[in-house]
Design a protein around this ligand. Sequence first.
Ligand SMILES: Nc1ncnc2c1ncn2[C@@H]1O[C@H](COP(=O)(O)OP(=O)(O)O)[C@@H](O)[C@H]1O
Ligand SMILES: [Mg+2]
Length: 293
Amino acid sequence: MVESPFLSDPVISIKGLRKSYGETEAVRGIDLEVNRGEVFAFLGPNGAGKTTTVEILEGYRKRSGGEVTVLGEDPERAGREWRERIGIVLQSGRLDPYLTVRESLDLYAGYFRNPRPTEDVIGLIGLEGKADERASRLSGGQQRRLDVGMALIGDPELLFLDEPTTGFDPSARRQAWDVIAGLRDLGKTVFLTTHYMDEAQRLADRVTIIAAGEIVARGTPEDLGERASGETTIRYRSNGREVVLRTQSPVQTLHELTAKALAQGEALEGLEVTRPSLEDVYLELTASTEPAE
Ligand SMILES: Nc1ncnc2c1ncn2[C@@H]1O[C@H](COP(=O)(O)OP(=O)(O)O)[C@@H](O)[C@H]1O
Ligand SMILES: [Mg+2]
């Protein structure tokens, strides 16, 4: 099969990437491609090798082996022009607590030749009401959004977000998710690492799961869900009692169930069909690799 060059336009291409820290093999020969304009989730438990990989892609770490191309260049050799095309949100922020949101962004904009207007960025991260607040007075979630703003100020094509919502409460996570979803709408390519499967499921076009330095699964969130060995679950209430059916052939089972219900005039109250989720696959694939803590 001949693939159209327009369908895949890799912004990131990795072949046989390896990284060792002394005796520790953190990344053990991984391959992956990220296409332009997609939100790509690199999902895996703590210690899987996510940050190591991201830092190699950003040009902050040297690899032990393999080939890496990011925006057409090898990150180990790329220069300033290349660096201005990428935006980075580190696992721990770099905010000056005494500067306001607007001052922080203005200061950082000075490092770029073609920055995105500060007010524009403030809108993208949803901090309009906090523009004159010092960073130290923002909530954790607002600080993280400002981190994303710092990465956006240079108007990069490609953003790296390393565990953007770790430690957040549910409302801060949802706000951060909105910001990340907005990046896709802007046409940015986003490389997101996370150890939360719901985050990957919610945001990503494609997911690659890494465990102990090796890729264990990849696909769209839906594809990965289908790969789970678990069965589809059908629930409904009958005479006030909850009925739960598990089946490998949901279409057949639903057909039989609804045909019977129609014939008997039964309502199948609260009918619900749940397919195996990415979470099921993730837990299955990474169960043995979570470090004992
Ligand atoms: N600078 C370092 N020196 C030695 N070992 C490291 C270093 N950074 C990471 N590691 C080890 O490499 C493995 C992968 O770590 P990391 O890439 O941070 O994983 P993740 O981001 O998925 O949690 C872990 O076993 C970690 O302890
Ligand atoms: Mg990490």
